[in-house]
Design a protein around this ligand. Structure first.
Ligand SMILES: Cc1cc2nc3c(=O)[nH]c(=O)nc-3n(C[C@H](O)[C@H](O)[C@H](O)COP(=O)(O)OP(=O)(O)OC[C@H]3O[C@@H](n4cnc5c(N)ncnc54)[C@H](O)[C@@H]3O)c2cc1C
Length: 389
C-alpha cells in the first residue's frame, strides 16, 4: 500500500493533520492502537485557544464546536480573600478560549475524515516505522489480523507522550523537568460552580475549578504525587476543593464523582523534532503541565506548520519549511513551556514554601491583576498566540 503521508496516532495532532492535508489534496493513512470507541470517549483536555477554534471553523470542522462549545472571555484568579478577573476580551482585542472537550474534537475530526473517504485504521498493533533516513519510509502494523505495510513519502509521529517514533531520532536531547507535586483530578456530574474557570492560590495548595459541559465538571487540586485516589471518598474531595476556594468567596457545587486520577506534573521537550523523513508532532515531541491548558493547542499548532511545510514540498518541491520545522515549532513550544511554568510557580505550594515565598507569590498575583501590561501578558498567552503565518 502507498500513501503520501503516513501518520502514527489518531489524537488531535494526527487527525487534524490528516484533515488539513486532505483539503490540499495530499493523501494520508492514520493508524492508531486504540479503537474508535475508546478515542471518542476518553475525556482529556477541554480548553481550546482562539487559533485552534479559528482553524477548526475555517476548515469546516467547527460547526458543533460553535454550537455546543462554551466561549470564555476571562478567568478568575482566587487569592487574598477575593476573586480577581482577567478580562481576555478587553486585554486581547476580543480573543477568548472555548471549552469544548477534546473527545468531541476527535469525534468531529473522525466523522469528517470518514465522510471525506479518509483512511483511518483503528485498533492496530505492532506499529513499526522503518526507513526514515531514506526516500521511502514505511509503517508496518497488524490490522484486523493481517500484517500491513504502508510505504510513504513522509511519516509523522503523532503517537502521544509515550511515543515510540521519537526513539527513532538519533542523537536527540530529551529535556525534562518533573515537578514535586501532582494534580488530583476529578470528573463529576454536577452543575458548573462558576461561569469562568477559577485558579485558586491557597494555604492548602492550588485548586482549579474548571468545566467540560453544563452537566460534567472537571476540578483539580494540587496533591502529593504518591496520593492514592482510593483514599479520597467523594465527601473528602469536595471538602478539600471547597476549603481551597472558600476564602475567595467561591462556592463549589457538588455531585457524584465518576472519575478520579492523579496527574503527574512533567515538562518535556524533544529536540530536534525531526530526522530524515520523520517529523514529530504534539505530545510525542513535548508535554506541558496542564496549568496553562496548552497540550492540545500545541499539537494543533505543530500540525498547522507541518501542513504548510508538506504543501510547499508537494506544490514546489520546496523543502525549506520542512527543514526549518523544528526551529519554528520550538519557538511556540518553549513559549508555552515558560507560560505553563509561570502559572504553576505563581499558584502552587512547593516543598519548603515559607511565608516569604507566599508573600512573593501574592505580590506577583497582585501585579498580574493590578497592572494592565502584566494582565495582558497573561491574557495573550492564555488565549494563545496567533498561529505562525
Ligand atoms: C487529564 C488530562 C487533561 C488535559 N487537559 C488539557 C487541557 O485542558 N488543555 C490542553 O490543551 N491540553 C490538555 N491535556 C493534554 C492534551 O490532552 C494532550 O496534549 C493532547 O492529547 C495531545 O495530542 P496528541 O495528538 O499529540 O497526542 P494524543 O492525544 O496522546 O494521541 C496520540 C495517539 O497515538 C496513539 N498511539 C500511541 N502509540 C501508538 C503506536 N505505537 N501505534 C499507533 N498509535 C499509537 C494513541 O493511542 C493516541 O490515540 C490534558 C491531558 C490529560 C491526560
Amino acid at each position: 500500500m502507498r500513501t503520501q503521508v503516513g501518520i502514527v496516532g489518531a489524537g488531535p495532532a494526527g487527525l487534524m493533520l490528516a484533515h488539513l492535508l486532505h483539503l490540499r489534496g495530499i493523501d494520508s493513512v492514520v493508524v492508531d492502537l486504540r479503537t474508535r470507541e475508546d478515542i471518542e470517549h476518553t475525556i482529556k483536555a477541554g480548553v481550546l485557544e482562539q487559533s485552534t477554534v479559528d482553524l477548526m471553523t475555517e476548515t469546516g470542522v467547527g460547526d458543533r464546536l460553535r454550537r455546543e462549545g462554551s466561549v470564555h472571555h476571562g478567568i478568575n484568579l482566587a487569592f487574598g480573600g477575593a476573586l480577581h478577573r482577567i478580562d481576555f476580551a478587553a486585554l486581547t482585542n476580543g480573543r477568548a478560549v472555548t471549552v469544548y472537550p477534546q473527545h468531541e474534537v476527535l469525534t468531529d475530526l473522525i466523522a469528517r475524515r470518514l465522510a471525506d473517504g479518509g483512511d483511518l485504521r483503528f485498533g492496530v498493533s505492532g506499529t513499526r516505522v522503518e526507513g526514515i533516513s531514506g526516500d521511502r519510509p514505511s509503517i508496518r502494523f497488524t490490522h484486523e489480523g493481517s500484517e500491513q505495510r504502508v510505504e510513504c513519502d513522509f511519516v509523522v509521529g503523532a503517537d502521544g507522550s509515550h511515543s515510540t517514533t521519537r526513539a527513532l531520532i538519533p542523537g536527540r536531547a530529551d529535556l525534562f523537568r518533573e515537578y514535586p507535586f501532582a494534580w488530583f483530578g476529578i470528573l463529576a456530574e454536577a452543575p458548573p460552580s462558576s461561569g469562568e474557570l477559577i485558579y485558586a492560590h491557597s494555604d492548602r495548595g492550588f485548586a482549579l475549578i474548571s468545566t467540560r459541559s453544563p452537566t460534567v465538571q472537571r476540578l483539580y487540586f494540587q496533591c502529593d504525587p504518591h496520593t492514592d485516589p482510593g483514599d479520597w471518598p467523594d465527601d473528602r474531595i469536595w471538602e478539600e476543593l471547597s476549603a481551597r476556594v472558600a476564602g475567595a468567596g467561591a462556592v463549589v457545587k457538588t455531585g457524584p464523582v465518576f472519575q478520579k486520577s492523579v496527574l503527574r506534573f512533567r515538562s518535556f521537550v524533544c529536540e530536534p523534532m525531526q530526522h530524515g523523513r520523520l517529523f514529530l508532532a504534539g505530545d510525542a515531541a513535548h508535554t506541558v503541565p496542564p496549568t496553562g491548558q496548552k497540550g492540545l493547542n500545541l499539537a494543533v499548532a505543530d500540525v498547522y506548520l507541518l501542513d504548510r511545510a508538506l504543501a510547499a514540498y508537494y506544490e514546489r518541491r520546496d523543502t525549506s519549511l520542512l527543514d526549518g520545522y523544528t526551529a519554528t515549532a520550538l519557538r511556540r513550544v518553549w513559549r508555552a513551556q515558560h507560560f505553563s511554568w509561570w502559572m504553576t510557580s505563581m499558584l502552587h505550594r512547593f516543598d519548603g514554601t515559607n511565608d516569604f515565598d507566599v508573600r512573593r507569590q501574592l505580590a506577583e498575583l497582585d501585579l498580574v491583576t493590578g497592572s494592565a501590561s502584566a494582565a495582558t501578558t497573561l491574557a495573550e498567552n492564555y488565549v494563545g498566540l496567533p498561529l505562525t503565518p
